[in-house]
Design a protein around this ligand. Structure first.
Ligand code: SF4
Ligand code: FES
Length: 251
C-alpha cells in the first residue's frame, strides 16, 4: 500500500504546531499502525530529519499509552488501541490525518505525545483501599457476589488511555473516573473509602482542565475496553449518596 500521511508536528508545548505531509510506500496490510509509523521514522532518521514523537510501550493493548487521533477518531476506525490497529483497515492510496489527543487536560509535549498525568492524579486522589497489616486473610473469607465481581472486573479493564477524553466534545474524563470509582466501589474491600473515594476522585477531576459530562456517549463509543455509560450512572449514584450522607473526603 502507498499512503499519504498528514501528521501533527509540534516541537514542544510553547511552539505552534502544524500538519506536515509525508508519503509512505510499500506498507504491508499486516503491519500495525505503530509499525507503519516506525517505518516512516526510520526513513526520516536516514534523511537526517527529526523522527515523529509518539507514545507507545506494550504494543499489546494493555498500557494505554499509544493514543492518537486518526482521521478525527480517537484510536482510528477500529474500537481498539492504535497498537492493535492494522493497516488492512485502510486502502491503498488513502490520505490519513494523525493528530495528538486534543484536550485542555492533555497538553502536547511534542508532536503526537501528550501529558496524561492528570489521569494519574485522579487515581492518586482515591484509587486505593485500606489493607490492615498482619496475616493475609483466607481467600474465601470475604464472599463477593458474581455479578459484582464481574462488573468490578469490567471496570478494572480501563487502561487509562484517555480516548474517552479525546472523543468527548466537552473534554470530560468522566468515563475514566467512573471506571476507577466502580472498580473498587463494587467490592467489599472498597467499602470503607467508598464515599470519600468518589468525592476525592471527582474533586480532582474537576481541579484538572477537563470539561463536565453531559451524557453524550462519544467516550464509550471509542473506549477500546468497552467501558459502558452505565459506569457513569454508577458514579453519579455513588456521588449523590456520598453528598446526601454528608461525607467529607478523607485527608
Ligand atoms: S474508560 Fe476506556 S477510553 Fe477511557 S481511559 Fe479507560 S480504557 Fe481508555
Ligand atoms: S502501546 Fe500499550 S496499549 Fe498500545
Amino acid at each position: 500500500m502507498n499512503l499519504t500521511l498528514r501528521v501533527w508536528r509540534q516541537r514542544d508545548k510553547t511552539k505552534k504546531g502544524k500538519m506536515v505531509t509525508y508519503h509512505v510506500t510499500e506498507v504491508s496490510p499486516d503491519m500495525s499502525f505503530l509499525e507503519m509509523l516506525d517505518v516512516l521514522n526510520e526513513k526520516l532518521i536516514l534523511e537526517g530529519d527529526d523522527p515523529i514523537a509518539f507514545d507507545h510501550d506494550c504494543r499489546e493493548g494493555i498500557c494505554g499509552s499509544c493514543g492518537l487521533m486518526i482521521d478525527g477518531i480517537a484510536h482510528g476506525p477500529e474500537q481498539a488501541t492504535v497498537c492493535q490497529l492494522h493497516m488492512r483497515s485502510f486502502k491503498d492510496g488513502d490520505t490519513i490525518d494523525i493528530e495528538p489527543w486534543r484536550s485542555g487536560g492533555f497538553p502536547v509535549v511534542k508532536d503526537l505525545v501528550v501529558d496524561r498525568s492528570a489521569l494519574d492524579r485522579i487515581i492518586s486522589a482515591g484509587g486505593y483501599i485500606s489493607v490492615p497489616t498482619g496475616t493475609a486473610p483466607e481467600a474465601h473469607a470475604v464472599p463477593v457476589p458474581k455479578k459484582d465481581s464481574d462488573a468490578a472486573f469490567d471496570a478494572a479493564t480501563c487502561i487509562g488511555c484517555g480516548a474517552c477524553v479525546a472523543a468527548c466534545p466537552n473534554g470530560s474524563a468522566m468515563l475514566f473516573t467512573a471506571a476507577k470509582v466502580a472498580h473498587l466501589g463494587l467490592l467489599p474491600q472498597g467499602q470503607p473509602e467508598r464515599d470519600s473515594r468518589v468525592l476525592r476522585m471527582v474533586g480532582q477531576q474537576d481541579a484538572e482542565d477537563f470539561g463536565g459530562c453531559t451524557n453524550i456517549g462519544e467516550c464509550s463509543a471509542v473506549c477500546p475496553k468497552g467501558i459502558s455509560m452505565e459506569t457513569i450512572s454508577r458514579l453519579n449514584h455513588d456521588l449523590l449518596g456520598a453528598l446526601r450522607a454528608g461525607a467529607v473526603p478523607a485527608s
